[in-house]
Design a binder for this molecule. Structure first.
Ligand SMILES: Nc1[nH]c(=O)nc2c1ncn2[C@H]1C[C@H](O)[C@@H](COP(=O)(O)OP(=O)(O)OP(=O)(O)O)O1
Length: 207
């Protein structure tokens, strides 16, 4: 089970999925990585709920995502994750690192986006809508095969995977299950603003 190029050592991968959208896609080349963060607040309940943001502008506009962005010079990813969470939805939280993902797309031949993923079970402060993100709670019940089925939240919509980046359905259940993971997804960008997944791999790490 060798992980794709750019994904770190596989020694503690205990389970993985690899697939492609058909055909024989090779992993896309890249020469360097840009570091980003993405943070999710999961309120334990029961019933559990997860905070997502509707992105109003920029890359991934009109999709729901966690809160995050570029790691600035002199910042650690953890510091950047806290800053972005505060900037994008106004709150503070104790974040736990839970995964690392690599995204590569055609049209950006030199760069891969390395995203450090974080999760918090609680937050402080008041949620606000920012220029970039509109926060919204979703039911975090899960019918993932690795999980014990949960009761949906009575008044919230399920996680809107159809309005998220297409790889998220593969790893967000792992984040919800507190299972550390690594992975990579390659995209083709043949229509402006539209990204289709070519090939992907996600591995669950031993704890
Ligand atoms: N959940 C996700 N699934 C995915 O496949 N790609 C994602 C992703 N979240 C972010 N990306 C990609 C999109 C883009 O290529 C890069 C950075 O996206 P972000 O939306 O996090 O950053 P921003 O462009 O908003 O950065 P800032 O301006 O610093 O906030 O990572």
């Amino acid at each position: 089970m060798s992980p794709p190029p750019g994904v770190f050592d596989d020694s503690n991968v205990v389970q993985y999925i690899e697939t492609s959208s058909g055909g024989d896609h090779v992993w896309l080349p890249f020469t360097s990585k840009k570091l980003y963060t993405n943070a999710f607040i999961v309120s334990p309940g029961p019933p559990r709920k997860i905070l997502l943001g509707y992105k109003k502008r920029g890359f991934g506009a009109h999709l729901y995502n966690g809160f995050g962005g570029k790691v600035e010079d002199g910042e650690s990813p953890g510091q950047a994750a806290l800053r972005e969470l505060k900037e994008e939805c106004g709150v503070e939280a104790r974040l736990n690192h839970c995964g690392t993902l690599l995204f590569v797309t055609t049209g950006e031949p030199e760069w891969a986006f390395q995203i450090e993923l974080y999760r918090a079970d609680a937050y402080s402060g008041t949620l606000i809508e920012s220029e970039e993100m509109r926060p919204e709670w979703f039911s975090a019940h899960d019918d993932h095969p690795l999980e014990i089925p949960e009761i949906p939240h009575p008044s919230l919509r399920p996680i809107p995977y159809d309005s998220m980046w297409p790889d998220d359905v593969h790893w967000l259940p792992l984040l919800l299950a507190n299972r550390p993971f690594v992975g990579r997804a390659d995209f083709v960008n043949d229509t402006p603003g539209k990204y289709n997944m070519l090939r992907w791999w996600f591995g669950v790490l031993s704890t």
